[in-house]
Design a protein around this ligand. Sequence first.
Ligand code: ATP
Ligand code: MG
Length: 137
Amino acid sequence: MEQSFIMVKPDGVQRNLVGDIVQRFENKGYTLAAAKLMSIPGEMAEKHYDELKDKPFFDSLISFITSGPVFAMVWEGENVIAEARKMMGATNPAEAAPGTIRGDYAVQVGMNVIHGSDSPESAAREIDLFFDKSEIQ
Ligand code: ATP
Ligand code: MG
């Protein structure tokens, strides 16, 4: 079954949005395969966002994502990668539809509450980066 790497970012953890976000994925019918609260080491953050390393906002993205604990998860189910992206809404919360996670909870592109894998290749890479095989059910 398809799996996606989903992460509540430091702003979402700090604002107590973990419960609501987990609930949305449970309500949708997806299965939680792994979860942990953790701080991301700088090097790991740079690996995770490697494809954005030439963007002007890269340094602020890395300092934001390492600024406090994140809640890292693996969710499993039919078409979960694309569906999770729909549930999250547009990258820029200003363009995210109401009813989506970013549409409901965020206003700034730099603090947009949640990350989700954007393809099967990134899902595999991100799950491998964040979780040991023994941590996944
Ligand atoms: P994520 O990878 O976090 O799920 P995404 O796939 O929707 O988000 P990406 O293009 O991968 O978007 O960008 C990664 C993150 O970088 C975004 O979630 C956002 O926080 C930040 N970001 C993207 N574009 C900008 C920008 N123009 N200015 C500041 N931050 C940005
Ligand atoms: Mg992305």
